[in-house]
Structures are given as C-alpha cells and as structure tokens.
Design a protein around this ligand. Structure first.
Ligand code: BTN
Length: 244
C-alpha cells in the first residue's frame, strides 16, 4: 500500500514529509485544542526522541507517529496509556512471529526490539490530564541498531502506510477497552504478552543495578521484582536484556 492511510471514524491525519519530532508537533497541536484522535505522522524525523533523553534515529522507511489523547483522568493514571499503546503495536505484528512486550512500553518481535513508545502529557491545575501524546516508533522497513540494546532490533515488513492504518485501528480499539474495562484488563493482557514470571532480569536505576526475578506488574504499572533482599517495586528504570 502506498495510498493515504485510512484512520478510524472521527480520527484525523496530519501527514508530513519531515519534522523535528512528531511528539513536539502533536504537543503543539494539542496545546492549540486539537481533538483526541489527531494523528501526526512524518516520513522522517530530524530530531526523533526516545525515552530517557535518547535519540531515536528516524530516516525514511520506518513509522514515526504521535497521537493526541484526551483521557480525562488524574495525572497519576496517564502512564497506563503507554501499556495501551504497546499492546496496540503488539496487535499489528503479523501472526506467526513471536511478539512480546517488555517493561515499560517496548515491543519485541523474534526477540528484537520492533517499537518503542514515548508518552508526554500536559497536566492541568486540578491534577487532571489535559492531553497525552502517545509517540510510537515502529521499525517497518529496517531495524536500526539501538544504542541501548545489546542485541539486534527487528522490523515488521510491509509498507509504512499499512502499518500506520493498522496501528491507528488497534490503538482506537485498545483505548475503548481501557476506558470500558480499566487498567486491570490492560494489565492482564500486557502480562500475558510479557516474558515469563520468574525470569531473572537486571534493571538499571541511575547508577544502581538491581537484579531480581520478574514477579509482575502492579496496578500503577510499576515493575515488580523478587530480589535477594526481598521484593522491589520499580517505578522508573531501564530493564536490560530481553526479558519482561
Ligand atoms: C523508546 O525510547 O523506545 C521510545 C521511542 C519513541 C519514538 C517515537 S517516533 C514518533 C515519536 N516522535 C518522537 O520523537 N519519538 C516518538
């Protein structure tokens, strides 16, 4: 497919050839009142951003998109949307390929990272979310070697347009599920696609390296570990390796 992607009813596409970061453009549009379902898509980014301040290499050939969401929830719940977005990416992986989610919001295919999610939000005075931008980068045509990964990435194959069309539909469906059933259901689906409980993992917390066994995801989206010194709850950190 190389025609314009068709989005779910009521969603709107802002298609660009080149931009610094689709997240920045979506934040700008959201600040100006653009509605939920505004999807910014660029064929390339000149300043693509990843989590933890990393650069996200964004030449033509892969998918770079940011969707405006207006979840009407307390700021503390905004991070749930990262898990919603990761599940949406997992939904578009062709059947027959081994898909896995990795905490917090990565998606792996055949053990290589295929996508990452960068959530950014604006919070109002009352502590409620004004808007969230779900920035999603998906390797479609090729798999760049990411500096944070100790193993090769993966790519979906097919066209960028087809990937965007499927991703928008999957994200719309996962948002309906989140609003209707809550994070408990999202959490259960995420856990079903994560690495096995009990897998030994390393998590980098600043200068500290925590080793433990993956024991779950809590109701706030924190990673749960069983370490030699007892249970640990990790709110923010970098999970090293392929597990969980
Ligand atoms: C990660 O570090 O895994 C998250 C990567 C997120 C990249 C996407 S590409 C579209 C959007 N625009 C950006 O600048 N970043 C996100």
């Amino acid at each position: 497919m190389s025609s314009t992607p068709v989005l779910p009813d009521g969603w709107r596409l802002v298609a660009l050839d080149s931009v610094g970061s689709t997240n920045d453009e979506a934040m700008r549009l959201a600040d100006g009142g653009a509605p939920e379902g505004t999807v910014v898509w660029s064929r390339e980014q000149t300043g693509g951003r990843g989590r933890r301040g990393r650069h996200w290499a964004s030449p033509v050939g892969n998918l770079y998109t940011s969707t405006i969401l207006r979840p009407d929830c307390p700021a503390a719940r905004a991070a749930e949307l990262g898990f919603v977005a990761a599940l949406a990416v997992a939904d578009i992986v062709p059947s027959g390929r081994a898909v896995r989610v990795k905490w917090p919001n990565d998606v792996l295919v055949d053990d290589g990272k295929v996508a990452g999610v960068l959530l950014e939000s604006a919070v109002g005075q009352a502590g409620t979310v004004q808007h969230v931008v779900a920035g999603i980068g998906v390797n479609v045509g090729f798999a760049p070697q990411l500096p944070e990964m100790r193993y090769p990435g993966a790519a979906l194959g097919g066209s960028v347009e087809a990937a965007l069309e499927k991703l928008a539909a999957a994200l719309a469906a996962r948002l309906v599920e989140w609003r209707r059933d809550g994070f408990e259901t999202v959490r259960a689906h995420w856990l079903a696609k994560a690495g096995p409980l009990g897998t030994e993992v390393d998590v980098k917390l600043g200068d500290e390296l925590v080793r433990g066994r993956f024991s779950g995801l809590d109701r706030e989206g924190a990673l749960l570990l069983e370490t030699a010194s007892g249970p640990r709850r990790i709110v923010s950190g970098e999970l090293l390796g392929r597990a969980a």
